[in-house]
Design a protein around this ligand. Structure first.
Ligand code: NDP
Length: 293
């Protein structure tokens, strides 16, 4: 019973990666090109290094080309912008991702906006945010896009559902709300100034928690049968050991929810799978071919 309630993002992402690998193989054999993803890392942030390594490994495992650019922490904005310009013009590179955060001397938004929007596989460029808001064909931020696939897999048509998104960041909360609106949900966006968060959450058929506060959303905030997508990744100390927890208190939410993503193993694994998917989509558009079935 409980197991059916738990949304297995790891298994879903694995299946998706398998499909992407088959699509890449088709593009190679039928269309004669291999999609390529360039990942740029500036500095030595340990978490960023792990993310970049995982992205590179999964890109190669899918059969795509992976181009890694590792720059010193003291790199100037000008040098980084020159590299972006070079990658924008490189036909082997279909997707460009600059790992965030960037060192203080670099304006992250200026760098993101220097990426060719059609290669902006993170979907953070202002043009892609605009396309998402206005219904144009763009590239969608990977984490909310992954959440949407998990929701549609569980619920099918989302039209008319009341969704409450907690968090309004440019990388998760806002694009998530926009994606749900595009699916004809009625969307509430909550944030740190929201007056009565439990009351807002109690109205929701779908709860998306993207806050960055360990186990904040409690089971008694939920309507019976709500679907809960927990985006949060928080490292806490419990019983003298380090542990990863989400923004939802899993133990109290599980009995009330009809479905819930665990942390780890829920939304997290979907993010890189969606990055590979977006690279594939970008490559197909750049070559003017349809995405293989
Ligand atoms: P941000 O810190 O950029 O945004 C957090 C949002 O939560 C803000 O909008 C903030 O409101 C809101 N908030 C903070 N405190 C409260 C509160 N007490 N009540 C209601 N709202 C509150 O975080 P991100 O969006 O980047 O990330 C959110 C979480 O998702 C983090 O745990 C992060 O680690 C995780 N994450 C996971 C990913 C994955 O792959 N699974 C990818 C990206 C992020 P305000 O705007 O008013 O300050």
């Amino acid at each position: 019973m409980s197991e059916q309630k738990i949304i297995d993002g790891k298994a879903f992402a694995e299946k998706l990666r398998g499909k992407i690998a088959a699509q890449v193989a088709t593009l190679k054999s039928k269309n004669g090109f291999t999609p390529g993803l360039a990942v740029v890392l500036v500095g030595e942030d340990p978490a960023s290094k792990v993310y970049v390594r995982n992205k590179g490994e999964q890109t190669k495992a899918s059969g795509m080309n992976s181009f890694e650019h590792k720059l010193d922490a003291s790199t100037s904005q000008e040098t980084l912008l020159k590299l972006i310009d070079q990658l924008n013009r490189d036909p082997q590179v279909n997707g460009i991702l600059v790992q965030l955060p960037l060192p203080k001397q670099i304006d992250a938004q200026a760098v993101i906006n220097a990426i060719d929007p059609d290669k902006d596989v993170d979907g953070f460029h202002v043009v892609n945010a605009g396309r998402l808001a206005t219904g144009g064909q763009g590239l969608v931020p990977c984490t909310p896009y992954g959440c949407l696939l998990l929701l549609k897999d569980r619920l099918g048509d989302l039209a008319g559902k009341h969704a409450v998104v907690i968090g309004r960041s440019n990388i998760v909360g806002k694009p998530m709300a926009q994606l749900l609106l595009n699916e004809s949900c009625t969307v509430t966006i909550a944030h740190s100034k929201t007056k009565d968060l439990p009351a807002e959450v109690r109205r929701a058929d779908i709860v998306i928690a993207a806050v960055g506060r360990p186990e904040m959303v409690k089971g008694d905030w939920l309507k019976d049968g709500a679907v809960v997508i927990d985006v949060g990744i928080n490292r806490i100390e419990k019983d003298g050991k380090g542990k990863l927890v989400g923004d939802c208190d899993f133990q109290s939410c599980l009995p009330k929810a009809s479905a819930i993503t665990p942390v780890p193993g829920g939304v997290g694994p979907m993010t890189i799978a969606m990055l590979l998917h977006s690279t594939l989509v970008a490559a197909c558009r750049q070559h003017g071919v349809a995405l293989p079935e």
